[in-house]
Design a protein around this ligand. Structure first.
Ligand code: DCP
Ligand code: MG
Length: 369
């Protein structure tokens, strides 16, 4: 039998707004709205729990939020700070397990079945993580503990803010039976309406539908709903592995001498390719490595480390050409050339002059794994 897994879902409380309250005493205990300008077409990114009492929530136009609470503090987001905190909490997770799947800047799944500290109870791990986060960032988070992702996520939302909720295999059915239908994973507005029209309002009602009924209404998703109503979710925690380098290489169609002019052209194309890949992943790098394989299958690599990170094709090419100049030219014919950029960091964007819509896109991009 497969071992029962121990999954934790962690989600920070009112993430951006709590950071603003942490960093500015004046905002503590006050309705705080992080997002766009209420007097133009801004949108609420999030708001403090004090602001939520007025019915304000994420994705609402800031102008509506302003009508609901004109005394709220409207704060423009500081992404560099949010990303730093996100990195900090991620580093805390890695102390306990490498099986960490970040979902956004403030949210992640952890598989702690075999955790690095050898702690038996996932609930204890969750407590320790919450404590670490509070001590090291000054912020509260909510944790859900269960035996799969679906239940762990629902659990983390259950006692927000500063919550800790455990759903064991023994209590799962009672919990799911009373759970409102819109809380089930993958049930949006349209599906919710369909289900409610069928008289399905909670997990218990959902469980009364046969798999045939569900599949005839919802196709493939019907099976998923059938399983969720019974607390079954086999999705694994997929760890996100950070890219350590970006590279590209080409095996030559015919072997060349290092002095052949074509070599530089081919390298130039490779640099172009590497640069495009860096742009694509929004990275810059400080170390440039040239790899050369000869026709006798010997291989050499030469690296150079720069003071400032680069990503443009022409900059990479300059470094690569310098590396080529210093190679001994009498090692034989070349059969493969490669270029790698490593020592990577995130390419900073200038966030001071963007609109709220651009920033929402930006956030979507930067949290994509
Ligand atoms: N966010 C955003 N736009 C949205 C939703 C969220 O920019 N439509 C940002 C702001 C949030 C952060 O992502 O602070 C995390 O999103 P959550 O949904 O986890 O919301 P919060 O952490 O703000 O609040 P909660 O305590 O409900 O988790
Ligand atoms: Mg959150």
């Amino acid at each position: 039998m497969e071992e029962i897994r121990k999954i934790i879902h962690i989600d920070m409380d009112a993430f951006y707004a709590s950071i603003e309250q942490r960093d500015n005493k004046k905002l503590k205990g006050k309705p705080v709205i992080v997002g766009g300008d209420p007097h133009s077409r801004g949108v609420v990114a999030t708001c403090s729990y004090e602001a939520r009492k007025y019915g304000i929530h994420s994705a609402m136009p800031s102008s509506v939020a302003y009508k609901r609470c004109p005394y709220a503090y409207f704060i423009w987001p500081r992404f560099d700070v949010y990303k730093k905190v996100s990195r900090q909490i991620r580093d805390i997770f890695y102390r306990y397990t490498d099986l960490v799947e970040p979902i956004s800047l403030d949210e992640a799944y952890l598989d702690v079945t075999n955790n690095k500290k050898g702690i038996k109870y996932a609930t204890q791990v969750a407590k320790m993580i919450k404590d670490d986060i509070l001590r090291e960032t000054g912020l509260t988070s909510s944790a859900g503990v269960s035996y799969n992702k679906f239940l762990a996520k629902i659990a983390s939302d259950y006692n927000k803010p500063n919550g800790l909720k455990v759903i064991t295999p023994e209590d799962k059915q009672e919990f799911l039976d009373t759970l409102p239908i819109n809380k089930f994973h993958g049930i949006g507005n349209v599906t919710e309406r369909k289900l409610r029209n069928l008289g399905v309002n909670n997990g218990y009602d959902l469980r009364q539908l046969s798999i045939n009924q569900l599949e005839s209404i919802f196709k493939n998703r019907g099976y998923v709903f059938y399983q969720l109503a019974r607390g079954v979710d086999d999705r694994k925690v997929e760890p996100y592995r950070e890219r350590k380098s970006v590279g590209s290489e080409t095996t030559l169609s015919s072997n060349l001498d290092m002095n052949d002019e074509e070599v530089l052209d081919i390298l130039s194309e490779i640099c172009e390719d590497v640069s495009n890949r860096l742009k694509h992943s929004n990275k810059v790098g400080k170390t440039i490595t040239l790899k050369v394989k000869y026709d006798d299958f010997t291989k050499i690599t030469r690296s150079i480390s720069l003071e400032h990170p680069i990503y443009k094709a022409e900059d990479i090419r300059t470094s690569v050409y310098n590396l080529v100049k210093n190679l001994e030219s009498n090692k034989g014919k070349i059969r493969l050339l490669g270029v790698t950029v490593s020592n990577l960091s995130e390419k900073e964007k200038n966030l001071t002059h963007i609109t709220i819509f651009e920033y929402l896109d930006y956030i979507k991009e930067s949290t994509k794994q």
